[in-house]
Design a protein around this ligand. Structure first.
Ligand code: ADP
Ligand code: GLC
Length: 490
């Protein structure tokens, strides 16, 4: 049997080095799960300011001409839990934010991520024998298949490599004015409807979708939704043209990191044999955040980017009702520059309902764990959700989620019945505040029935979201990508 190809993940985020959301968690955990199954795995990501200070220098220096100027990058390396992580160290990444600052997205993001993609190909050439799967994530890595086919393979380089593009959030497409295409230093034919041109603009994700050997997204339901006019973010026709090459694979959860029995961030541990620690977690969090310490006040948690995607506006709309019910709400999140008003709205609600609402604006992993440990229920009424990881950690921490029936939420939360005897959470359809309140009402009814609540919690905690089960689906995807690359080459 021939040796398995090396898997090279190319991503703008890899936890624990850089993270703004679930993409980082997925690349980290999937990489380790593949290593556990015997694969050799590399990652290539930017060395943003302060990232991986312990990484070692390598002998690879990359110079990529972009926008008419040579951009030099050093490649530094660090091995962690069997995964070989490579970082692209360039002044283009040496900034506070990953993608933006308080004024909005950086104006040179197309250059920054073109450099990441070029550097990734250099890493693949230097540290594999060429037999590799370049698994590229989201628009920031979508130029990899294009540079491979457009610049590298015509020179006889990396001819055995194949590509898989995973979409974690196709709402973000890397769309830029057409004039910036010239900065990518590609032959003009790549600015065409079969590649990077989209309604007269440059669209990096579209190019990747059309040029990768295989494409995937992070849940089966979302893979179907993006083929529809209402769910495809304008790319549905492009995606439909690749429907036979599109797979939806539900993300896993890092069940070592998210384990209420061993979580160092929790004031008390608990598991399905003994839930008593959860009450301690709740009381401690209420005290920490200055909410009334009251075991009988149902506590709803919410963690995530403050972005309309997450349905946070439905939550805001429901706060007065929640307060009337005597419930408490703890929100942890922060917004990009374009959505700062959401932070202000939550702050105003906290002032108005001090006994019911706490909004912690910022990013805090320890607090995220404490909220999951404490919450009675977890709110995630997303308008769309490719997969979602926080509803999975909520299930594991005995906080039944209240979710909208969409994408990965539909695939990971099973609707509870009225008596709470079946299912793992509360699911609703239309994206309105009143539909969310109706679902929260059902949750409150179960809260009033301790044995039903316990049954619901235990079923959620027993759900297996480990990565191991997912690895064979990725292996099959990589096999298909390899086979197709071979066919097309011969
Ligand atoms: P998305 O990738 O759309 O942001 P996911 O649910 O897939 O949503 O992943 C979000 C990840 O980021 C989870 O690990 C979650 O705990 C974490 N996270 C999001 N916002 C915060 C925050 N403000 N503080 C700590 N962790 C956060
Ligand atoms: C994206 C999606 C989220 C998904 C994550 C990891 O950020 O919004 O649903 O869980 O990527 O795949």
């Amino acid at each position: 049997m021939s040796q398995a190809p090396v898997i090279v993940h190319v991503s703008s985020e890899v936890a624990p080095f850089s993270k703004s959301g679930g993409l980082a968690d997925v690349v980290d955990a999937l990489g380790r799960a593949l290593v556990d199954e015997g694969h050799r795995v590399l990652t290539v990501s930017p060395r943003y300011r302060g990232v991986a200070p312990d990484a070692a220098a390598t002998d690879l220096h990359v110079t990529a001409t972009l926008g008419g100027h040579p951009h030099r990058a050093e490649i530094v390396q660090l091995n962690r839990e069997g995964v070989e992580h490579f970082f692209v160290d360039s002044p283009l990444f040496d900034r506070e934010g990953l993608y933006d600052d308080h004024q909005g997205p950086f104006g040179d993001n197309h250059l920054r991520f073109a450099l990441l993609c070029q550097a990734a190909l250099h890493v693949a050439r230097r540290w594999t024998d060429g037999d590799c799967v370049l698994h590229v994530h989201d628009w920031q890595a979508a130029l990899v298949p294009i540079y491979l086919k457009g610049l590298w393979q015509p020179l006889g380089l990396l001819t055995d490599a194949t590509t898989v593009l995973s979409m974690h959030n196709p709402m973000h497409q890397g769309r830029f004015p057409a004039g910036l295409f010239a900065d990518l230093e590609l032959p003009p034919r790549w600015f065409s409807p079969g590649a990077l041109e989209f309604h007269g603009d440059l669209c990096l994700l579209k190019g990747g979708v059309l040029q990768a050997q295989q494409i995937s997204t992070v849940s089966p339901t979302f893979a179907r939704e993006i083929l529809t006019a209402s769910g495809g973010f304008g790319l549905h026709d492009v995606l439909a043209s690749r429907a036979v090459d599109l797979t939806g694979i539900l993300n896993g959860l890092d069940t070592a990191l998210w384990n209420p029995a061993t979580d160092p961030h929790l004031p008390a541990s608990f598991d399905s044999d003994d839930l008593s620690g959860k009450a301690i977690c709740k009381a401690e969090l209420q005290a920490e955040l200055g909410l009334p310490v009251d075991p009988d006040a149902p506590l709803f948690g919410s963690i995530g980017r403050l972005d309309p995607q997450k349905g946070i506006e439905l939550v805001i709309d429901s706060v007065p009702w929640l307060a009337e019910q005597g419930a408490q709400l703890v929100v942890l999140g922060s917004a990009a520059a374009s959505h700062r008003h959401l932070e202000a709205q939550l702050g105003a609600l906290e002032d108005r309902y001090p006994r019911h609402v706490r909004a912690w604006i910022g990013f805090s992993e320890p607090l995220a764990h404490r909220i999951q440990g404490a919450a009675d229920f977890f709110l995630m009424p997303s308008l769309f959700e490719p997969c979602g990881l926080t509803q999975m950690s909520a299930l594991r921490y005995g906080a039944p989620p209240v979710v909208r029936r969409t994408g990965g939420l539909a695939d990971s939360v099973h609707p509870a019945d009225a008596s709470g005897q079946r299912g793992t959470g509360f699911v609703f359809g239309p994206a309105t505040g009143s539909d969310l309140r109706e679902a929260m009402w059902r949750a409150l009814a179960v809260f009033g029935d301790p044995s039903a609540l316990e049954g619901l919690r235990l079923r959620g905690m027993a759900t297996d979201f480990g990565w191991r089960a997912v690895v064979p689906d990725y292996e099959a995807l990589y096999d298909r990508a390899k086979a197709l690359a071979g066919e097309r080459a011969s």
